[in-house]
Design a protein around this ligand. Structure first.
Ligand code: CA
Length: 424
């Protein structure tokens, strides 16, 4: 039985973030999500660049679909490298990349980062990617449970993304499919706040892929949507049935990648068939129009509320991990600046953990600050970061043959990173 792929994509800035650093794509052969990271809007640039390159793979693959997909992913990584070199303010920017390429029979899956792909078959949902995150490595080591991971303060720390580095090690696999299968690729803005059970139920319940994508975004918004949310949904259907149905065949580009097109061509895009092909649907714009005023109202209320509650202690009970004079530090309060109201202050610099000692991905996360639910959570984040830095430099020292320490009895000075305190 010939099969075909139906598809839909939605992306929403969420209820807290100011900009959307996610990008998503859905077309006849390709489904993809990129969740960008990096300061000064570099996350948007990175995810947009990745999708721009991946889109070139949206055609019937000539040969092994994994080869075709990995070529596109490498091109995306190369583009990020070029852009970071061209503009130092973008150094360190990166993006997740999770994509499915359809060859009419099977799907090739390429994945790096903490976006996720799921397969729904016969009402049962399976995650078909493994998160490249610090907390997933703790789960794999048996140090925490998957339930702990959902609440862990360092759950957003990724261990692998596309950052223009070489070589890259994405995961690739082939997914066998059958008519009726539904597929989802989403950013962590969905999977962090909506359980797999809820995701599976929404995917199963929706009559169309468009409805499924809408409902998944609505679930994330209903859960507070602290991050950007992107959902790309596919469905494997009998090609004959699909041909007779009124199914959409125009591709979708959503999120940061779509906004670049709108910004670049504000008027012509309405009449340019190629730009229209990639333009997000009117439905999405309508939603954003009513969301914007509600966000403004919520923000205004939050300013007043935060000012009033700070003195009462709620904000003082909040902590996060950031940087002070090049050292990883604990701050009390919340990092947002609301006009003249100061909502945080330096609480402690534990010392012995210079920001520069951290591997790049963690350095970026700390630079952007890591939220903690309380003081002991913040201390735990620092402990895990310190362990990560020490292990990294211990490995490097061992590799270069300078290691005269053993076990856990070693200090940063001994393993080649002055100022890093690893034990004692
Ligand atoms: Ca995200």
């Amino acid at each position: 039985m010939p099969l075909t792929l139906r598809f839909a994509a939605r992306s929403d800035v969420g209820l807290v973030r100011e900009g959307n650093e996610d990008s998503g794509y859905a077309g006849p052969y390709l489904l993809a999500v990129a969740d960008g990271m990096g300061g000064h809007a570099a996350g948007e640039v990175a995810s947009r660049a990745a999708i721009d390159e991946l889109v070139n793979a949206d055609q019937l693959p000539d040969g092994d679909p994994i080869d075709v997909l990995s070529t596109a992913v490498s091109a995306a990584n190369g583009r990020i490298d070029d852009m970071a070199r061209a503009d130092p303010s973008r150094a360190g920017m990166g993006t997740t990349s999770t994509a499915l390429l359809w060859n009419g029979v099977q799907l090739a899956l390429g994945h790096i980062g903490d976006s996720r792909a799921y397969l729904l078959r016969d009402g049962s949902l399976t995650q078909i990617t493994r998160d490249h995150t610090f907390v997933q490595s703790l789960v794999d080591d048996g140090r925490i449970t998957p339930e702990d991971a959902r609440e862990h303060p360092a759950r957003s720390v990724v261990t692998k993304v596309l950052q223009g580095q070489s070589p890259i090690h994405p995961d690739y696999s082939i997914i066998d499919v059958q008519a009726g299968d539904r597929l989802l690729i989403c950013s962590d803005g969905l999977s962090d706040v909506v359980t797999d059970q809820e995701i599976g139920a929404a995917l199963a319940r929706a009559h169309t892929v468009d409805a499924a994508a809408d409902q998944l975004i609505a679930l994330a918004l209903g859960a507070g949507a602290p991050d950007n949310v992107t959902a790309v949904v596919g469905e494997i259907v009998d090609a004959d049935a699909a041909a007779s149905a009124d199914a959409t065949t125009a591709s979708y580009i959503v999120g940061a990648a779509a906004e670049s097109i709108e910004d670049a061509q504000p008027s012509e895009s309405q009449h340019d068939p190629e730009a229209m092909r990639y333009a997000p649907r009117a439905r999405r714009r309508r939603r954003r129009r009513w969301l914007r005023p509600s966000i403004a109202v919520a923000a205004a209320l939050a300013v007043g509320w935060a000012g009033l509650t700070f003195a009462n202690g709620w904000v003082r009970d909040q902590y996060y991990v950031g940087v002070s004079n090049g050292q990883v530090a604990i701050y009390q309060g919340v990092r947002h600046e609301l006009g003249p109201v100061h909502l945080s202050e330096l609480y402690a610099v534990p010392g012995g953990l210079p920001l520069d000692a951290l591997p790049t991905v963690y350095r970026h996360e700390v630079g952007a600050t890591i939220a903690a639910s309380d003081l002991s959570d913040a201390e735990q984040v620092i402990d895990t970061l310190r362990l990560r830095a020490c292990r990294t430099h211990q490995r490097e020292t061992t590799a270069t043959g300078n290691d005269d320490s053993n076990g856990d009895e070693w200090l940063g000075d001994e393993i080649g990173f002055p100022g890093l305190l690893c034990a004692g």
